[in-house]
Design a protein. Structure first.
Length: 127
């Protein structure tokens, strides 16, 4: 159960963030074995005053087209799966939405399965 948060600068296309989410979900399915219908995303657009980044950290030239992607997911994926996921997302966003590869910032937050409740106040994975 990944929970995906996507943060971008305000975009003229009202569906732009949703399109980013579609690429991410497809990438999760193909590289991280995420099941069908396991698609939960929070899409946020920000004005310049509320979207801060360093334009050169790690020697990577970033622009206002930066896309922050934070995904909370169950622990247990291999390093190779994570690397393949990063590449698949970046390649997909670049090919489908012309997002610069330098402008894709991904953070994975791994948690134990008992840290989820999908509804009804139950810990479904802990049962």
């Amino acid at each position: 159960m990944p929970l995906v948060r996507i943060d971008i600068r305000k975009n003229d296309d009202p569906l732009f963030a949703k399109k980013i989410g579609e690429v991410i979900y497809r990438s999760l399915r193909t590289t991280m074995n995420v099941p069908d219908k396991d698609n939960f995303q929070i899409l946020n657009e920000h004005d310049a005053a509320h979207f801060i980044y360093d334009p050169a950290y790690f020697g990577i030239a970033r622009t206002d087209g930066l896309v922050y992607i934070q995904i909370t997911l169950n622990e247990g994926r291999t390093l190779d799966q994570k690397k393949q996921f990063y590449k698949t997302v970046v390649d997909g966003l670049h090919a489908e939405l012309a997002i610069r590869k330098e402008d894709v910032f991904i953070s994975l937050v791994e948690v134990k399965k008992e840290n989820w409740s999908f509804g009804n106040g139950e810990a479904q994975y802990a049962n």
